[in-house]
Each structure stands twice: as structure tokens, then as C-alpha cells.
Write a protein that binds this ligand. Structure first.
Ligand SMILES: Cc1ncc(COP(=O)(O)O)c(C=O)c1O
Length: 425
């Protein structure tokens, strides 16, 4: 079985660093997300070290995990933040991220969001259309400032990942086609409210090899030459996120191998580097601990019905994603060998299946299971669907742990509802 980073067995019981997961589940209940401080920091360090030659700005992608405690800890270790909304800008500022380390991507930034980011003085907007460039220029002029921008190029490179997380192909909504980028660079001086300081690429997520990144860099290289000849001050390349991790039996490149493949090319471009990793830093730093409610057999199939559902972790339902599942306690031998289960949640949707056909030993109600690799795009994609309370979140550091997000209460479920008597009575 694959144990991610700082999750391992302590006297037979699954633990995060020095804390048994059972102890956390007993104290705060289930489902609960548990994150390892050490894993988070180690992953950030690995990238910082691999790319040190370029003095990179590594902006953690808030969409992967927006917990304030995790953001604060990564910012404290030198990370910047990659945001995609006014809400994420608010969080980035709340945790004290220096605005000079904030980059902002999104195909649909509103006027209010652009203004807020300009007022905050963020480092760079990743611009996704010619119209957005005009909008940022107009807003900057009105605020008597100049916005730094990177044009997001759609390089039409396939990243061999799930189609919902492929973003760099020509029929995707993301980025600007190279011909349009070329035109914008040639006319760069026309818009006095923006300074085009670089180009941005983000070709997809969970990419396990360097080749698609290399192809993407090669496709934008000509734009640097062209843009500079036209006088555009292109000093940065933002390579986006997308580094793959191990969920099952993937063999993703190491940060060193990735750096070895791309650093020489970036040096040839004569730019500094921005990276926007999300999954790589937090994916294997978190697990979702859930309790078996019932075990049921139906027509020869065994189901473990657990108290976490697709509202807590939507990746299996949305992307058919694989997550390793393991008992928190010792695996108990089943009478007929190791029993095989589909691990399903309580949500009223057939898609509410966390894992299928897993050999988990003999399970019974009350048993705790850990869903591994749940740190990225887990809690941030959670919802209250089916009137379910969003799970608690816990951070572990060595032998210490603390709640970093309390479980929703019933009141949270109705906090924003209104009952306008004139309309409903
Ligand atoms: C623009 C951009 N940057 C970075 C990321 C983070 O990607 P990952 O978590 O795969 O590193 C994403 C993810 O969708 C993204 O859209």
C-alpha cells in the first residue's frame, strides 16, 4: 500500500506525523480532513531548491486548498499565492501575503475584482483575453496606476491528463491564442495603464512528465523574441501549476527532473520564473478520515457506507479520480481472505462513490477509514449538498494538532436564508 509522505503506521495505527488519526477522529468527529505540516513544508522546499538557480516566485494555488492556516504557513515559508477571485484575494491579504507575491488568473475577473486587486497592489494579473486587458487598462487609469500583467497563452499543447483538467488545448476557454498575443505585444505601448511583464502558461493539472511543459515553453519562445523586438518589457515566464503527484501507481517526475528539463530553456528566454503549484504541495499532505456507518451486501457486492460523501470530496465523482483508502486501525482478516468493498457515501446520488473494489479486510460499523491524497481540491470543492455539514479540518505538526476549520453547525446551513413574509405567507 502506498503511504503518502508523513502518514504511516504507529504501532499498527495510521498516524499523521506523531498523531494517531483515531485520536483526532475521537476528539472532533468524522468526517475530518487531516493535514501534515511537515509534508506541506517539504513539498514547498523541494520546489524552491530545484528551481533555486532562477530565484523563482512560487505562488501556491489557493484553489487547491484555501484554509487560512495552510496559506499562512506556506506564506511564512516564502510562498506567494496564486488567486482566481476577489474571495481568494481577500484570503491572501488576510493571511498577510505580501501583495508583491500575489498573482491573479481567471477568465472572468469582474470590474470590482480588478479594482480590488489594483488597490491591493498585487504583483501581476494573468490576462486571459484582449477585452480583459482593455478592462484592466481602463481600471488602472482611473486609479492612476499601472498594472503589471502577463498574457496567458493558450499554446495548444495536450497534457495527457483528464479532459476536465486539460487547459492548454485550442478548444479550451483558457488563455489567448499565440497570434492574438503577438498582436497585443506589438501594440503593447498603446495601453498606458498596463505593463506587459511576461507570459503565462498553465496547460493542465496532474501532469506527470516534463515534455508538455517543454513543448509549451518552446511555443512561446518566439513570442518573447517578437515582443521584445517591439519593445515589450518581458521579464517573467509564469509556467503555471500542474505538477502531478502519486495517487495510486503514477510515477510523476521529481521537482529536480522537472527543473532539469525546463530551467535551461527558461535561461535561454532570459526571464525570471513564476510557478503556481497547488496539488504538488498539498495533495498528499492531507487525508479525509471517515467512519463506516453500515456494511451491506447486495447481489454479491459489498458496500461500506461511510459518513463522508461526494459533498466532502468530489474528485472521484467529478473526474473518476482514484484515491487510496485504508483502514485507520489494523487490517482485520476476513473469513474468506480480504473482503472487497465499494466505499460509498450517504449522498442521494449514484455518483457518490469514493472508491470501488477495494480490499480492506473485514469492515464493520464504527471502523475508521482514511481516504488518502485528499489535501488538494478536497475541502475547497466541498459543499453543503444534501444539507450536509462541511467537515472539520485539522493540522498536525509533530505530536501537536489543532482544528484549523471547525465543522459547520446546523445554523451555518441556514445562515444566509431569508424568509420574506410578504412573499411566502
Ligand atoms: C491558472 C492555474 N494555476 C495553477 C493551478 C494549480 O494547478 P495544480 O494544482 O495542478 O498545480 C491551476 C489549477 O487549475 C490553474 O488553473
Amino acid at each position: 500500500m502506498y503511504y503518502p509522505h508523513d502518514f504511516h503506521r504507529l504501532e499498527g495505527e495510521l498516524a499523521c506525523e506523531g498523531v494517531p488519526l483515531r485520536r483526532i477522529a475521537q476528539a472532533v468527529g468524522t468526517p475530518v480532513y487531516v493535514y501534515s505540516h511537515k509534508t506541506l513544508v517539504d513539498h514547498l522546499r523541494k520546489l524552491q531548491q530545484a528551481f533555486a538557480a532562477l530565484r523563482p516566485l512560487i505562488c501556491f494555488s489557493v484553489k487547491a486548498n484555501g484554509s487560512l492556516a495552510i496559506l499562512r504557513l506556506l506564506v511564512g515559508h516564502g510562498a506567494g499565492l496564486d488567486i482566481v477571485s476577489g474571495g481568494e484575494l481577500y484570503k491572501a491579504l488576510r493571511v498577510g501575503c505580501p501583495p508583491s507575491r500575489i498573482v491573479y488568473a481567471s477568465v472572468g475577473k469582474t470590474a470590482a475584482e480588478i479594482r480590488a486587486a489594483l488597490r491591493a497592489g498585487i504583483f501581476c494579473f494573468n490576462v486571459e483575453s484582449a477585452e480583459e486587458l482593455e478592462a484592466i487598462h481602463g481600471a488602472a487609469r482611473r486609479l492612476r496606476t499601472v498594472a503589471r500583467v502577463a498574457l496567458r497563452v493558450n499554446p495548444n499543447v495536450r497534457a495527457h491528463t483528464h479532459r476536465y483538467i486539460t487547459t492548454g488545448v485550442k478548444d479550451s476557454k483558457f488563455g489567448i491564442d499565440p497570434a492574438t498575443v503577438q498582436g497585443l505585444l506589438r501594440r503593447h505601448g498603446r495601453l498606458s495603464g498596463v505593463r506587459i511583464i511576461g507570459l503565462h502558461l498553465h496547460i493542465g493539472s496532474q501532469i506527470s512528465e516534463a515534455a508538455p511543459f517543454v513543448r509549451a515553453i518552446d511555443r512561446v519562445a518566439v513570442l518573447y523574441g517578437d515582443g521584445r523586438r517591439a519593445g515589450a518589457p518581458l521579464e517573467w515566464l509564469n509556467l503555471g501549476g500542474g505538477l502531478g503527484i502519486i495517487y495510486k501507481d503514477e510515477r510523476p517526475q521529481t521537482p529536480q527532473a522537472f527543473a532539469a528539463a525546463v530551467v535551461p530553456r527558461i535561461q535561454r528566454l532570459r526571464t525570471r520564473l513564476i510557478l503556481e503549484p497547488g496539488r504538488f504541495i498539498v495533495g498528499n499532505a492531507g487525508v479525509l478520515v471517515t467512519e463506516v456507518l453500515y456494511v451491506k451486501s447486495s447481489r454479491g457486492k459489498q458496500f461500506a457506507v461511510v459518513d463522508a460523501g461526494m459533498n466532502d470530496l468530489i474528485r472521484p465523482a467529478l473526474y473518476s479520480a482514484y484515491h487510496e483508502v485504508m483502514p485507520v486501525g489494523r487490517v482485520r482478516e476476513a473469513a474468506n481472505g480480504r473482503a472487497t468493498y465499494d466505499v460509498v457515501g450517504p449522498v442521494c446520488e449514484s455518483a457518490d462513490v469514493l472508491a470501488t473494489g477495494r480490499r480492506l479486510g473485514r469492515l464493520g460499523s464504527g471502523e475508521l477509514l482514511a481516504v488518502l491524497g485528499a489535501g488538494a481540491y478536497g475541502s475547497t470543492m466541498a459543499s453543503n449538498y444534501n444539507g450536509r455539514l462541511r467537515a472539520a479540518e485539522v493540522l498536525v505538526r509533530g505530536r501537536h494538532w489543532a482544528v484549523i476549520r471547525a465543522r459547520d453547525t446546523l445554523k451555518d446551513l441556514v445562515r444566509h436564508d431569508r424568509l420574506p413574509a410578504r412573499l411566502i405567507e
